[in-house]
Design a protein around this ligand. Sequence first.
Ligand SMILES: [Ca+2]
Ligand SMILES: [Ca+2]
Length: 262
Amino acid sequence: MKILRILLLTVATSTLLISCSDNSNDPVRADAPSDPELAVEVDELDFGTEQDTMSFRIGNSGGGDLEWEITSPDEWLRCLPAHGLLRDESIRGISVSVEREDLDAGSYESYLKVTPSVGEEQYIQVYMEVEEVLEPVVLIAWAGQDLDEDYYMSSDVFILPFDGYLQIEYRLISWPQDYGVELMLMSQSQYNYYQNGESFSAYWHETVVSEGFHTYQSSPMPANRSMRFIVDNTDWGWEDTDFDFVNDRAVYDVVVTLYPIE
Ligand SMILES: [Ca+2]
Ligand SMILES: [Ca+2]
């Protein structure tokens, strides 16, 4: 059997050599049978970060029937159809899809193996990127806080886990509206100045005078920046208290959320 196979191979090779050196002046038999031969349009597919489906064509550039099958070593890479039959000199489109869900962020590389019933298998290299999906992060959620005049409230120091902007949703439930309550974001070092009644700067600040629901957004801020969030009802900052001998008390809810920059 082995000898037969070697003989067949030898015959096939010599046929190929003859056909390669064919002179166009030689008579050609129109009905000469040729072997089926797999042709694959591409040797690489790059899905990048966005694309979910791509397509390519396979064909039988020889004669006779050619069965084929396409396999992938990875679950996230699929072909439709994945197998079939190509009549002589026919082509067909193959749709390739990738599934990024459940995959960690990063670069992925795989391949498709196209196996014909006759001839060598062919490979298509496949590249794909999975981007990190950032979800908003709630950094502060204070409900029903009660802040007397000449007092302030500070969060602990927090660190931004990614580039983003802060959205401050502030509901001032009860307030005499004689002056403004201040909302501020500042670094720890500026907080030290603030605490000591010295001049300081803030990454962001807003003065709220009226009761009700207020939403603010900070400018974009870099990842790893550390800061504190402060609600101020003191003479510090940009707004003074009044001196009416009445305790102007602020009652409020506040939620501070970090949103990724789109
Ligand atoms: Ca103030
Ligand atoms: Ca007062």
